[in-house]
Design a protein around this ligand. Structure first.
Ligand SMILES: NC(=O)c1ccc[n+]([C@@H]2O[C@H](COP(=O)([O-])OP(=O)(O)OC[C@H]3O[C@@H](n4cnc5c(N)ncnc54)[C@H](OP(=O)(O)O)[C@@H]3O)[C@@H](O)[C@H]2O)c1
Length: 396
């Protein structure tokens, strides 16, 4: 048994490596929402002139995201001294809605770096369903004020460090989920930009054996997979059914349950074409949800990890004393819901499993989009058919 996790709470539990070996950065932003026709024309010309970002289906409009006027001069000077420009290319939305609210803006202020933060030159950024739901306004009650540069997941290079940063230094290759609380005031300056500012505690050094694209796809999904398993008290020898095994979270739940926690048996659901994929991740039983109901199986499970929203059905297939963790949809006892917290310590603990190849980052073969196609990337993840992760790369 390579790993044993026994915690019954969401606290991190140290475990041996396989080789045996808040605060939001939301700034008081000033947002000019007036989209004057003359400015729009100017912007269209500027974008048309750009060989890098040409997106005729959704021409950029002059949205402006600015750091507050008091902080801006000092920030601009410091950034210049560090070789960081004062402005950057970013995707922005100033109102909630469909993918058409997303606008490319080549002149967004580079965010200030607080004392506990680092500034990352973004190499790759990944999408999560929360990016789409947030943009649709589903979390507006607890969202930070608009406008928003979306994006939770990032991989890139540290280009500047705050005064209280202890371990990271310029040049470090890092990855992480930039929002400590996914739904409570997530940052206005997200990762779909050239630069993003992130608390050191939310980051880890990028595993050496994976590239930025692979790393960008991991943080929020693997933190969710890990935290959910921890919260169920999952441990070696237990069985688990993963609903939505082919998705960003589910594909990591299968791998963590099997290869990190030491599950005795892993079952998972997907559509017909993804059954072999589930098995390749470590599933002992791959269930085609288009052909059979998992409730009809003769076996029961210690844990059901529901990444689909089927808690009402999931509670029928747990053993006595079993538990269901439901990421989305209505919750039926003894199911429970949690909202993921970003935590660099989780990434650091799991890095050895990634470096040993026991846990593999999965990027959807159709899910790599250049920075100019962030809108298309959103549309793709919103099909609810992605396998593994949808990633934005390259970023200029
Ligand atoms: N509470 C939290 O903290 C938290 C954190 C992360 C995610 N979430 C939520 O959890 C859900 C999953 O997130 P994700 O990142 O894994 O999404 P995702 O990557 O977009 O999931 C897409 C996958 O879902 C599968 N799927 C869709 N319907 C299915 C069904 N009826 N049965 C089995 N599989 C099905 C699809 O496989 P097929 O093509 O084979 O159908 C596809 O591979 C989302 O609603 C997300 O918002 C919540």
């Amino acid at each position: 048994m390579e790993t044993i996790l026994t915690s019954t709470t969401c606290q991190l539990t140290p475990f041996p490596s396989p080789s045996s070996s808040s605060s939001s950065s939301s700034l008081p932003l000033r947002f000019s929402s007036s989209i004057a026709p003359a400015l729009r024309d100017t912007r269209k010309k500027a974008v048309a002139a750009s060989a890098v970002l040409r997106r005729p289906a959704n021409p950029a409009v002059p949205l402006r995201v600015r750091a507050n006027s008091q902080a801006a001069p000092a920030s601009a000077e410091a950034a210049k001294a560090a070789g960081v420009p004062g402005e950057m290319k970013a995707w922005v939305y100033g109102e909630y809605g469909g993918v058409d609210v997303l606008k490319f803006d080549p002149k967004v202020s580079v965010p200030d770096v607080k004392e506990d933060q680092v500034l990352i030159k973004v190499a790759a950024a990944a999408l999560n369903p929360v990016d789409a739901k947030r943009r649709q306004g589903k979390f507006k009650a607890t969202d930070s004020p608009l406008p928003t540069v979306p994006g939770y997941d990032v991989a890139g290079v540290v280009v500047k460090v705050g005064s209280q940063v202890k371990e990271l230094k310029e040049g470090d290759e890092v990855y992480g989920n930039i929002n400590e609380k996914a739904l409570e005031g997530p940052k206005q300056f997200g990762s779909f930009a050239e630069y993003t500012a992130v608390e050191e505690k939310l980051l880890a050094l990028k595993p050496k054996n994976i590239d930025f694209v692979q790393a960008a796809g991991l943080p929020l999904a693997i933190e969710t997979a890990y935290e959910g398993l921890e919260r169920t008290g999952f441990s070696a020898g237990k069985s688990i059914l993963v609903l939505g095994g082919a998705g960003g979270v589910g594909s990591l739940v299968i791998q963590l349950a099997k290869h990190v926690f030491g599950a005795s048996r892993v079952a998972a659901t997907s559509s017909t074409g993804k059954l072999e994929f589930l098995k390749s991740l470590g599933a002992d039983l791959a269930i085609d949800y288009t052909k059979e109901n998992f409730e009809d199986l003769p076996e029961k499970f210690d844990v059901v990890y529901d990444a689909v929203g089927q808690c009402d059905r999931a509670v029928k297939v747990i053993k006595e004393g079993g538990i269901v963790v439901a990421l989305t949809g209505a919750v039926v006892p003894p199911g429970f819901r949690f909202v993921v917290s970003s935590n660099g310590e989780v990434l650091k603990k799991l890095n050895p499993y990634i470096e040993s190849g026991k846990v593999k980052p999965i990027v959807d073969p159709k899910g790599l989009f250049p920075f100019s196609q962030v809108t298309e990337a959103f549309s793709y993840i919103e099909t609810n058919r992605a396998s593994g992760k949808v990633v934005i790369h390259p970023i200029p």
